[in-house]
Design a protein around this ligand. Structure first.
Ligand SMILES: NC(=O)C1=CN([C@@H]2O[C@H](COP(=O)(O)OP(=O)(O)OC[C@H]3O[C@@H](n4cnc5c(N)ncnc54)[C@H](OP(=O)(O)O)[C@@H]3O)[C@@H](O)[C@H]2O)[C@@H](O)CC1
Ligand SMILES: Nc1ncnc2c1ncn2[C@@H]1O[C@H](COP(=O)(O)OP(=O)(O)O)[C@@H](O)[C@H]1O
Ligand SMILES: [K+]
Length: 477
C-alpha cells in the first residue's frame, strides 16, 4: 500500500525524529536524496548548469545543500534567492564553499533560460495560499525554460494536503518528496504539476492511519474473491443490476458486462432493457418485475442509464443488501433513504454529479476532490467513489481515503462508468466492503482501460473485455 500523510502529521514525525538526531541530519538526508535524483536525471553532472530557486524556509535549505553536492561534482550551480537576507544561512554557506554562487531575483530569467536543470526550493510544506508575486514569476519563468525541473518535496504553489492549485505553481518533471508522499502529490490538479514522484526515506516514523492510501497489485490480489471447492454460483454472490431504459439500453448491457467480470457467481438484470441484455449475454438472469420481486441478490447496482425510474431506485434502497448507486440513480435517490440504510451504500458520482449533490459548481469539486468526496460521504452516510482524472473512495466514518493509481484518461469515454458500476457491484456481491469494492473495482477498471487502450482510443465495451486481463495481471504478479 502506498500512503500519503498530511502536513500536520509530517511535522509531528519530523519533530520526534529531530529530537533524536544531530542538528541538520534530516536536511542532509534530504539533500543527499535530492542530489542523487538530480544526477540521475542529468546523466552527467560535470559541466551542467544547475539553477536553484530558493525561498526563505527549509525547502530552500534542502535545495541549497543539494546544490552544494552537485557543485562538488562539477556542476555550475547558481542560486536565485527570493529573500537574500532570509535564505537558509548554513545551506547558503555550504553552496558558496562548494563553488556555487547566489543572485537575487533580478536577472534570474536569463539564468533560468540557460539552465540544464532547475531545482525548485521556493516553498514546500510550509506554503500558505497561492504563490506570492515574486515566487509566481519564478514559477512562470521555469515553465518557459527548457530545463528539466525537479521539485523539492512538492511543486511550489500546490497545496500539500488537498491537491488544490490556486494561481501559478511550478510544473515539475520530477518531484523528490521527503519522508512520505503528501496527499497533493496523488490528487489532481496538483498531481499533474508533480511529474513523476520519487520518495526519499529520511527515517520518519509515521502513524498507522494515513490520510490517503493507494492500493498496489499485492493489496488487490489479497482482496480479490477466488472461488474454492465449496463455491457455487449463489455462494459466490449474485449481483442485481437495475439499470437502462428504453432510451439508454446500452447502459444496462455495459453494467452487466462489467458485472460478469467482477467475481459474482450470477448476474440478475431487472429493467426495460432485458432483450438487449439477453441478446448480448445469455447467461444473465432477467426479470421485469422490479427489484423487490426479482429474487435474492447479495448486492444491487442501480442507476446507470435509468432515466427517471425513481421507483426502482426506491425499491433498491429499501433492500437490506449492499447497494451501489450511480448516474441517474444519484439524482433520484432520496438522501434520507440513503442515510437510513443499515447495509453499505456505495455512491459513484463523477464531478458533475457530485457537484449537483453538493449544490456547488463542478469546478469546485474538480479543484477540491478530497474535501468533496469526504463531504459527500459524510452528508449521505455512504461510501463515495468520486470518478474522474483522480478517482477517490471515501468512507463516511472517516479513515484513510483510497486514491486509485491505475487510471488513464482514455477511460473518459461514454459508458465506461457503467462498466465500473457493474464491476464494483459484482465485487460488493462477492463480499467486499464498500471501500474495498469501490477501490478494487476502480483499480481493475483503470488497468483494463490501460490494457484496452494501449495508446489508442477505445470504447467502454473494450474496457469491460480487458477486465480479465487486468485481473490476471494482478493475480500473476
Ligand atoms: N518535514 C520534514 O520532515 C523535513 C522537511 N524538510 C524540508 O523543509 C520544508 C519545510 O520547511 P519550512 O517549514 O521552513 O517551510 P517551507 O516549505 O520552506 O516554506 C516556508 C517559507 O515559504 C514562504 N512562503 C509561505 N507561503 C508562501 C507563498 N504562498 N508564496 C511564497 N512564499 C511562501 C514563507 O515565507 P514567510 O511566510 O516566512 O514570509 C517561508 O519563508 C519541507 O517541505 C522540506 O523541503 C527537510 O529539510 C527535512 C525533513
Ligand atoms: N481524465 C480522466 N482520467 C482518468 N480517468 C477518467 C478521466 N475522465 C474520466 N475517467 C474515468 O472514466 C469513467 C467515466 O465514467 P462516467 O463519467 O460515469 O461516464 P459514463 O457515464 O459515460 O459511463 C470513470 O471511471 C472515470 O474515473
Ligand atoms: K518546492
Amino acid at each position: 500500500m502506498r500512503t500519503a500523510y498530511n502536513v500536520e502529521t509530517v511535522r509531528a514525525a519530523e519533530r520526534e525524529l529531530m529530537a533524536r538526531l544531530p542538528e541538520g541530519a534530516l536536511m542532509q538526508r534530504a539533500a543527499a536524496g535530492l542530489a542523487a535524483a538530480c544526477a540521475d536525471l542529468l546523466g552527467r553532472v560535470y559541466g551542467r548548469r544547475v539553477v536553484l530557486l530558493v525561498g526563505s524556509g527549509d525547502n530552500g535549505g534542502d535545495a541549497l545543500y543539494a546544490g552544494a553536492r552537485l557543485a562538488r561534482r562539477g556542476a555550475g550551480v547558481a542560486a536565485v534567492l527570493l529573500a537574500p537576507e532570509r535564505a537558509h544561512p548554513a545551506g547558503l554557506a555550504a553552496l558558496r564553499r562548494a563553488g556555487g554562487r547566489a543572485v537575487g531575483v533580478e536577472g534570474a530569467e536569463r539564468l533560468i533560460e540557460q539552465a540544464d536543470l532547475l531545482l525548485d526550493g521556493i516553498v514546500g510544506i510550509g506554503g500558505k495560499g497561492g504563490l506570492r508575486p515574486d515566487a509566481a514569476r519564478l514559477a512562470e519563468a521555469a515553465e518557459r525554460s527548457r530545463a528539466a525541473v525537479v521539485a523539492v518535496d512538492l511543486p511550489s504553489g500546490v497545496d500539500a494536503d488537498t491537491g488544490e492549485v490556486r494561481g501559478a505553481a511550478v510544473r515539475a518533471d520530477l518531484t523528490v518528496t521527503l519522508g512520505t508522499h503528501k496527499p497533493g502529490l496523488l490528487i489532481d490538479p496538483a498531481r499533474e504539476y508533480a511529474g513523476s514522484v520519487r520518495l526519499v526515506d529520511i527515517g520518519l516514523s509515521l502513524p498507522p492511519q494515513a490520510e490517503l492510501e493507494a492500493l498496489q497489485h499485492a493489496d488487490v490480489r489479497r482482496l480479490l474473491p477466488v472461488p474454492g471447492g465449496e463455491s457455487d454460483k449463489y455462494r459466490r454472490g449474485v449481483v442485481g443490476i437495475a439499470a437502462g431504459s428504453a432510451r439508454y439500453p446500452g447502459a444496462a448491457v455495459l453494467a452487466v458486462y462489467g458485472a460478469l467480470r467482477g467475481g459474482a457467481g450470477a448476474v440478475r438484470y431487472v429493467g426495460p432493457a432485458a432483450d438487449a441484455v439477453i441478446a448480448r449475454f445469455p447467461e444473465t438472469l432477467v426479470s421485469d418485475r422490479g427489484p423487490k420481486h426479482a429474487g435474492r441478490v447479495q448486492a444491487w447496482v442501480v442507476g446507470p442509464g435509468a432515466g427517471d425510474d425513481a421507483s426502482a431506485v426506491g425499491e433498491v434502497l429499501a433492500s437490506e443488501v449492499p447497494v451501489l448507486v450511480d448516474a441517474d440513480g444519484l439524482r433520484l435517490a432520496d438522501r434520507d433513504a440513503v442515510r437510513a440504510r443499515t447495509a453499505p451504500t456505495l455512491m459513484t458520482p463523477h464531478a458533475g454529479e457530485a457537484a449537483a449533490l453538493l449544490g456547488v459548481p463542478r469546478e469546485e469539486v474538480e479543484g477540491a476532490r478530497l474535501a468533496s468526496a469526504r463531504e459527500l460521504a459524510g452528508r449521505y452516510g455512504a461510501t463515495v467513489l468520486l470518478k474522474g482524472s483522480t478517482t477517490l473512495v471515501a468512507d463516511a466514518g472517516g479513515g484513510a481515503v483510497r486514491v486509485n493509481p491505475t487510471g488513464t484518461a482514455w477511460l473518459a469515454t461514454a459508458g465506461s462508468g457503467d462498466v465500473l458500476s457493474g464491476l464494483a457491484g459484482s465485487l460488493l456481491a462477492s463480499g467486499l466492503s464498500a471501500l474495498d469494492a469501490g477501490s478494487v473495482g476502480a483499480y481493475l477498471h483503470g488497468l483494463a482501460g490501460r490494457f484496452a487502450a494501449d495508446g489508442a482510443p477505445v470504447g467502454a465495451h473494450d474496457v469491460a473485455e480487458a477486465v480479465p486481463a487486468a485481473w490476471r495481471d494482478v493475480t500473476d504478479a
